[in-house]
Design a protein. Structure first.
Length: 209
């Protein structure tokens, strides 16, 4: 379904998440509670139009809340301020994305990226290594220690099987490289592999799909 394609809020992606949620609710004509404040309690003197608006707002609020809660990562749900107002819920998610709790979540996500990212040939080797170095720099700015030797190893681990001989050679040398030296060597190796007509299996599978 269209709803299943919408990303979950993970502590890092509020801007993209809120845009997708608001667009989806708008398409379904359920965004009334996000764009207007809760109407006053109904009385016997209210007009038919006011009663209709109140009913539509309540439906929008109820379904918007359910939908937004579905689109928040399970490990974050408990940290969001409890409310029965969709507009307040959206604000609470935004506040969380800017809080210290988000810093921990952000650090965890960045560390996960650093340890699992793989080079697939879709970008240049220079861009790949630079992205990993920038991720490590962001972690350091958040108070996490990422030694250069660890970063070098993460980069080595991110290489596909085509770089097997390069990895073996690196592991046998006594003097380990820093990130700049490794990047230079990898750019040379990447050019050599491409000259030989070797492509990356992971990238080929991406192209086929």
């Amino acid at each position: 379904s269209q709803a299943s394609s919408i990303m979950k809020f993970n502590g890092l992606n509020f801007s993209e998440w809120s845009e997708q949620v608001q667009f989806h609710l708008g398409v379904l004509d359920l965004d009334l509670a996000l764009s207007t404040d809760k109407p006053a309690t109904l009385t016997d003197t209210n007009s038919t139009e006011q009663k209709s608006f109140h009913k539509n707002w309540e439906r929008s609020n109820r379904l918007s809340l359910i939908f937004m809660r579905m689109k928040v990562a399970n490990n974050i749900k408990s940290t969001i301020h409890v409310t029965n107002n969709a507009k307040e819920f959206m604000q609470s998610v935004e506040n969380l994305s800017q809080s210290e709790s988000a810093d921990k979540s952000r650090a965890g996500t960045l560390m996960g990226t650093l340890t699992t990212i793989k080079y697939d040939g879709s970008r240049t080797m220079h861009e790949h290594v630079t992205e990993m170095a920038n991720t490590a720099a962001r972690l350091r700015s958040m108070g996490m220690k990422v030694d250069e030797s660890f970063l070098v190893q993460f980069i080595i681990n991110s290489l596909p099987s085509e770089y097997g001989p390069f990895q073996i050679n690196y592991n046998t040398i006594k003097d380990k490289w820093n990130v700049t030296e490794l990047q230079s060597m990898l750019i040379q190796e990447d050019a050599r592999l491409k000259k030989q007509g070797i492509h990356y299996q992971s990238h080929r599978s991406i192209i086929r799909s």
